[in-house]
Design a protein around this ligand. Structure first.
Ligand code: 2AM
Ligand code: CA
Length: 255
């Protein structure tokens, strides 16, 4: 597994080098499910590169990835989960605060995750049998403190509408942050800078963070407290297991 883990880190860094080399290329931007759900040729090219490298090295493995309808179930065999660019709108509008994300499962069991904040040059990696690091720095497990000493992050719409009482929860904290990339937000939870990240996202957005987070005392659950399905877009939160009950006490169903 160590060889596969090192390979994963290397191809994520290679994908990021490709993005940096082409950072000033003209972007061909298309919309997908909504006017704010964007994809560019870079998302597709980076994903194609990652898929090619993985299948050249491991021809019997399978892929679940955001673009081009690659939808293998994580519970069936050796499965790589790819988000080539997480935070595409940040990539398009800011050329910063986006990530390359890779997770690896064997028959549904998460083996490791890799999240690379490309412009911030921070590689978060680990989970399963591997310790969790940001670059060369080992990350400690969740350290508890009161709600009013933490920031939280969510997607802007959930906060704006107070969906599920999330704005009410935010009032009990130091405040809410909106970063526009699930992976960047999760990385700030993993490094203890945020208590939780609450959003409406897809399996490739949360797979790596769920594997890495489990090693540090976090879990990703739906806002109803159920396990995530790794198939559909769901309203989810990454929370410290120690704080799950307290956070859930603020959450209620509301549109
Ligand atoms: P993406 O950039 O890979 O699409 C933005 O709030 C965050 O939500 C990003 O991490 C974005 O991932 C994710 N997201 C998932 N599904 C989305 C959708 N349909 N529209 C916009 N953002 C989406
Ligand atoms: Ca993406």
């Amino acid at each position: 597994m160590e060889k596969k883990f090192n390979f994963a880190k290397q191809i994520v860094l290679n994908a990021a080098s490709y993005i940096k080399e082409h950072l000033n290329d003209q972007l061909q931007i298309e919309t997908k499910s909504s006017p704010t759900d964007l994809v560019t040729q870079m998302d597709k090219e980076v994903q194609d590169n990652l898929v090619t490298w993985i299948l050249e090295a491991y021809p019997a493995d399978h892929i679940l990835a955001e673009e081009n309808g690659l939808r293998h179930s994580i519970s069936d065999g050796n499965v790589w989960v790819i988000d080539p660019i997480d935070g595409t709108n940040n990539f398009v509008a800011q050329k910063a605060d986006f990530a390359v994300v890779l997770a690896y499962f064997e028959n549904g069991i998460g083996q490791f995750g890799v999240i690379y904040d490309v412009i911030g040059d921070k590689l978060y990696h680990g989970g399963g049998q591997f310790d969790v690091y940001c670059n060369e720095q080992k990350l400690p497990p969740y350290q508890d403190r009161p709600l009013n000493q933490f920031l939280i992050a969510s997607n802007a719409g959930i906060f704006e509408r107070n969906d599920w009482g999330i704005a009410d929860l935010a009032k009990e904290t130091l405040g809410v942050r909106v970063y526009g990339s699930a992976a960047i937000s999760f990385s700030k939870v993993l490094s203890g800078q945020l208590l939780t990240y609450i959003s409406y996202i897809c399996p490739w957005d949360y797979a790596a963070a769920s594997i890495i987070g489990e090693s540090l005392g976090y879990q990703i659950v739906t806002l109803t407290g159920d396990p995530v399905d790794f198939q559909t877009r769901q309203q989810i939160m990454m929370v410290p297991t120690d704080k799950l009950a307290e956070i859930q006490s603020y959450i209620y169903e509301r549109k």
